[in-house]
Design a protein. Structure first.
Length: 575
């Protein structure tokens, strides 16, 4: 059997039915084997970056792992954005890159390259992968594939790169003679349940923070049950949205630099934060991280020990465990939960007065972008998926979308590459062909991923691409307004940034096209099939609230008047 055929049958056995890629000389054997396969289809995208991010989307959509293939040299450099994104986003993806023949490869020789399009892939991708290997012995193929899948999908998930020389992919092997991979047994989780119980029983104002580490393993459902039982209020991180059922009455909102005002205000007043699978990075805690939880302690649950050990917040009880294991132990333990009615009543007040809808009404001048998200709240249905890009469009969406049961919110918060929303939607669509996907992107990010449109049209994927078209790199204009006296170099038409004609583009890519402004939004409904929606926004746009540097998390801009802020604190003091 040829190695490339073996790889495809291995993937089929693991239940993978779609592989994304871009062909080139060094990967032709793999693509040929994929093409011949009846179980695994090969999707030839129009850019390796699309393939890489689509593979992430496939992993997210099917809860297994994604696979992307590319040729050597420029194929791999183009894939790098997706590899890095999968690393920072903890998404399990196997990347297979073609490499020059082993007899051309330079190995340790101090020359730049020997073969055409040769590049030392393993060393280049090492810092952005969980594991990377040059597979230069055909008889190692089973071992390395099994190892790759194990590493990608266990512990904190992430990407693996197998760099596969051309002559290895076409080599003949005898599958029954190949050695397999036996994973090493890792350190087991440590759950100090007595200390945890004591902290929870002593807390009057507990709060749960749901982070991206809560994805998968049915954690969302476990959490839903735990919440209903305990009535503990919940906030999410940007990456933790859409995991629990956010219609839970004590769901407060998203925290962070662009978090909902009510969520940031509430978390600052908690006396115990149970942080589940969340890095609590500066974007969440604010640079003044000591203000993040002034009087509280944190139960910090993470299965990445380094996140626990190298964190700058000190008031933490470290729990080295998966969220699933933690919840199992916590649910089985007999814990006397206090009655949180007063705490929840205060939060309800905060939610009522400082919800995102109130924020928009009170503080946002140019409301058009937010109105689009409010419209999506009206027309989207349970189970729909939102993918969002990077920039203001991402934050408007994260702040404003009220996720219904089963809805998912997919975005990139670690690498955050513009041009993420369309390719990730492609992968999700292949994993879940029946889902309706709303892909919200900025005009800048849309143009960066333009070739993804062709794949969407070609396969008639159920994706509605919505460009919030403010004719600007909006997120940066807000920065330039604050710190560069409104000098909009590179971000607006006057500064040299322009957009192509989206209507003509849609025609060229054979996509249905619709155009709306805030005045015609009520014509935008869920019935329209896949296509391109150009949502035109005039004037400068802002995200609100937004935490400015050196401000505590509960005092985002625009600032509340001092008397109002103090009044809220006093209200709580009576609890
Ligand atoms: C590949 C890449 N380049 C640059 C950036 C920096 N960046 C972050 S947001 C942003 C502006 C995005 O503009 P647009 O896509 O139009 O979205 P908007 O903010 O206007 O909603 C830029 C340039 C990035 N995140 N990714
Ligand atoms: Mg824009």
């Amino acid at each position: 059997m040829k190695v490339s055929d073996y790889i495809v049958s291995f993937l089929a056995e693991k239940g993978i039915d779609t592989v994304f890629g871009y062909i080139g000389g060094m990967i032709t054997h793999i693509v040929d084997s994929l093409g011949k396969s009846e179980q695994v289809k090969y999707i030839q995208t129009y850019h390796e970056q699309t393939a890489a991010i689509a593979a992430e989307g496939y992993a997210i959509g099917c809860d297994k792992f994604g696979v992307a293939v590319c040729t050597s040299g420029p194929g791999v450099t183009n894939m790098m954005t997706g590899i890095a994104d999968a690393y920072f986003g903890s998404i399990p993806v196997i990347f297979i890159s073609g490499q020059v023949n082993t007899y051309e490869y330079k190995y340790d020789k101090p020359v730049r390259q020997q073969g055409f399009q040769e590049m030392e892939v393993v060393n280049v991708v090492k810092p952005i992968t969980k594991y990377a290997v040059l597979l230069d012995k055909p008889e190692d193929i089973r071992y390395e594939l099994e190892k790759a899948v194990y590493i990608a999908t266990h512990g904190r998930k992430g990407p693996v790169v197998i760099d596969l020389p051309m002559n290895i992919s076409r080599a003949e092997i005898e599958p029954e003679k190949l050695r397999g991979y036996e994973p090493e047994v890792g350190a087991s989780s440590v759950i100090p349940i007595n200390e945890i119980r004591e902290l929870i029983e002593g807390a009057k104002r507990p709060m749960i923070l749901v982070g991206a580490g809560c994805y998968g393993e049915n954690v969302g459902r476990m959490l839903d049950q735990y919440l209903v039982k305990t009535n503990i209020p919940v906030v999410t991180s940007l990456m933790g949205r859409g995991i629990i059922d956010e219609t839970y009455p004590h769901y407060v909102g998203m925290i962070g630099s662009y978090g909902n005002r009510c969520a940031n205000m509430s978390v600052a007043k908690a006396d115990l934060l149970i942080a589940l699978g969340s890095r609590m990075d500066t974007r969440q805690t604010g640079a003044m991280y000591r203000e993040f939880l002034r009087e509280g302690k944190i139960i910090h649950v993470d299965l990445d020990k380094n996140e626990l050990d190298y964190h700058r917040l000190t008031n933490r009880l470290k729990v080295y465990a998966s969220v699933a294991d933690f919840l199992k132990v916590l649910t089985d333990a007999s814990v006397n939960y206090q009655d949180y009615t007063i705490w929840n009543t205060w939060i309800d007040k905060i939610k009522e007065n400082y919800s995102q809808d109130k924020e928009i009404e009170r503080f946002v001048e140019n409301r058009a972008p937010y109105q689009l998200l409010q419209r999506l709240n009206e027309i989207s249905k349970e189970g729909d998926v939102f993918t969002v890009d990077v920039g203001q469009n991402q934050m408007w969406s994260a702040q404003t979308l009220k996720l219904k049961k089963g809805q998912r919110f997919v975005n990139s918060g670690g690498l955050a590459p513009m041009g993420f929303a369309m390719p990730v939607a492609i992968g999700i669509a292949f994993a879940n062909p029946k889902k309706t996907i709303y892909c919200v992107t900025g005009d800048g990010g849309f143009h960066m991923a333009i070739q993804s449109m062709l794949t969407i049209a070609q396969y008639n994927l159920n994706i509605k691409v919505i460009v919030i078209n403010n004719a600007a790199l909006g997120m940066i204009t807000q920065f330039q307004h604050l710190y560069f006296d409104d000098r909009m170099y590179g971000t607006t038409k006057a500064g040299g940034f322009i957009n192509p004609d989206l209507k003509n583009l849609a025609k060229a890519y054979d996509m249905r096209y619709a155009e709306y402004t805030s005045d015609s939004l009520n014509e935008f409904d869920a019935e329209g099939g896949p296509g391109l929606v150009n949502y035109l926004v005039r004037g400068l746009t802002t995200v609100s609230p937004k935490l400015e540097y050196n401000k505590p998390i509960d005092r985002p801009s625009p600032q509340l008047p001092e008397t109002e802020y103090n009044c809220i604190a006093k209200l709580l003091a009576n609890i």
